[in-house]
Design a protein around this ligand. Structure first.
Ligand SMILES: NC(=O)c1ccc[n+]([C@@H]2O[C@H](COP(=O)([O-])OP(=O)(O)OC[C@H]3O[C@@H](n4cnc5c(N)ncnc54)[C@H](O)[C@@H]3O)[C@@H](O)[C@H]2O)c1
Length: 439
């Protein structure tokens, strides 16, 4: 029975994977090259914000099933099953940068002390499991057997613990029956619970499933985003349109909320990487390429919308509420805020920005941008502002003290890029209210 697991890469995916597997009763060692991250974890400090994670880490750490270390060699040698959950950031040409994955594969090869099952959880291009196996075979120093599995992760930041514990599906790309059995053992809590669908397939197909799922979701959200401009001009209500569409069981209601464009650590990079992989095979993915372009256009359109609401942006102060790419996370990777804020400043605006969880990340990501001030509350942001812009739909922004806001703003302009308020209600509150896809 498999009981010892190592997870290499202790970020959003690795930390959640390791913690949840330890909560399933396995003995898990989480490895990261980032010493400060490991030190924090060993002192009970969680380096990221993810609902429910802190409690689960502390519980499993205290019960002795969850360990953190920078010592990758003991990680490799103490477990038969090694998860890779390192970052695969985008390169300038859109392809996934596999340097971290390759480096880990080389290290496994040099230090393996017995047969190993290497499970790749990072999002990687089709063929990467084959590449990892080739690297390990070419660099190993003893004739131990190695199997490489593709086990893509589908969790959503902000709901990562729940998603890991209650996945819509677990996809396992494995070549041979013995390895499939090992994966069933690793996931036995989910596997024995018959509510979790498992899909066993080839590693290449598993790798493809991850990319095409993200590309499909990015396309769905972009579809409704692009229509928002038409609906604003034609006098339709996008919220009702989306509801009406979503009632069709073939379409489904999820991913139809319009906004300022998708962002985050996955959709932007995964759509670009899929398009790049496809071009390498001589196949142009017209629809995915169009999604990428339409998403960029949506972010720019939001800046135009804000400018139009104010007449011009020269020396206008804007309160920006929300910097993370979505609520319930501190992650700002590829957040629309990172495109929209610099463009607003470029057009002459001064920004006072607030986010409930992303302020630490905002400090280094937006550091040094002249005209930007990070503040401590929505009300501080709105004080003396000419307009307020909702960029992320945090729940706390859904019940703001609107009278207090309006009385402290220079002009009562409220630009809601997440449609979290009702237009008629906002008018009654004395605001000039603008939203997305509603005239
Ligand atoms: N974040 C998500 O929502 C999500 C969801 C599904 C899949 N993924 C994929 O999972 C992978 C990891 O994403 P993430 O968001 O957790 O990234 P992350 O940046 O939060 O974490 C990656 C971690 O790997 C560590 N690392 C990098 N190289 C290492 C090495 N050689 N040895 C040890 N540690 C190393 C980094 O220090 C970092 O802590 C990516 O491929 C991503 O596309 C992410």
């Amino acid at each position: 029975m498999i009981n010892n697991i190592t997870v290499i890469g202790t970020g959003y995916v690795g930390l959640v994977t390791g913690t949840c597997l330890s909560d399933f009763g396995l003995n898990v060692l989480c490895i990261d090259q980032d010493e400060s991250k490991i030190n924090k974890l060993n002192n009970g400090i969680i380096p990221i914000y993810e609902p429910g994670l802190q409690e689960l880490v502390r519980k499993n750490y205290a019960e002795g099933r969850l360990h953190f270390s920078t010592d990758i060699i003991s990680g490799i040698q103490n477990s038969e099953v090694i998860f890779i959950a390192v970052g695969t950031p985008p390169k300038d040409d859109g392809s996934a940068d596999l340097d971290n994955v390759v480096k880990v594969a080389q290290t496994i090869a040099r230090h393996m002390n017995g047969p190993k099952v290497v499970v790749n959880k990072s999002t990687v291009p089709i063929g990467t499991a084959r590449l990892v196996k080739k690297i390990i075979e070419a660099n190993k120093t003893a004739p131990y057997r190695v199997d490489v599995v593709s086990n893509p992760e589908f969790l959503r930041e902000g709901a990562a613990v729940y998603d890991f514990m209650h996945p819509d599906r677990v996809v396992v790309g494995a070549q041979n029956p013995e390895v499939k059995e090992i994966m069933k053992q690793v996931y036995r809590v989910l596997f024995l619970n018959q509510k979790t669908p498992f899909l066993f397939t080839s590693p290449e197909t598993a790798e493809a499933i991850k990319y095409v799922s993200n590309a499909f979701l990015a396309t769905k959200i972009t579809f409704i985003n692009e229509l928002s401009e038409l609906f604003e001009k034609a006098g339709c209500n996008i919220v009702d349109v989306a509801r009406g569409m979503g009632m069709d069981g073939r379409i489904g209601s999820k991913f139809l909320n319009p906004g300022p464009g998708y962002g985050g650590s996955c959709f932007p990079k995964d759509t670009r990487a899929l398009a790049k992989t496809s071009r390498e095979y001589g196949v142009e993915l017209t629809l995915v390429e169009a999604t990428i372009a339409a998403n960029e256009k949506q972010k720019r359109r939001m800046v135009d919308k804000i400018e139009a609401a104010l007449g011009n942006l020269q020396d206008k102060t804007l309160a920006i509420l929300g910097l993370a790419f979505k609520p319930e996370t501190d992650d700002m990777r590829d957040s629309p805020a990172l495109t929209i804020i610099p463009e607003l400043i470029q057009r002459g605006a001064l920004i006072k920005a607030y986010d409930p969880k992303a302020m630490e990340e905002a400090k280094w990501r937006l550091e040094g941008i002249p005209g930007l001030e990070l503040v401590n509350s929505p009300y501080e942001a709105a004080s003396e502002a000419h307009a307020l812009v909702i960029l992320t739909e945090w729940n706390q922004f859904r019940s703001l003290d609107l009278i207090r806001l309006r009385e402290n703003m220079q002009e009562p302009i409220f630009i809601d890029l997440r449609n979290i308020y009702e237009p008629i209600f906002m008018k009654q509150q004395g605001f000039c209210y603008y939203s997305v896809g509603r005239s």
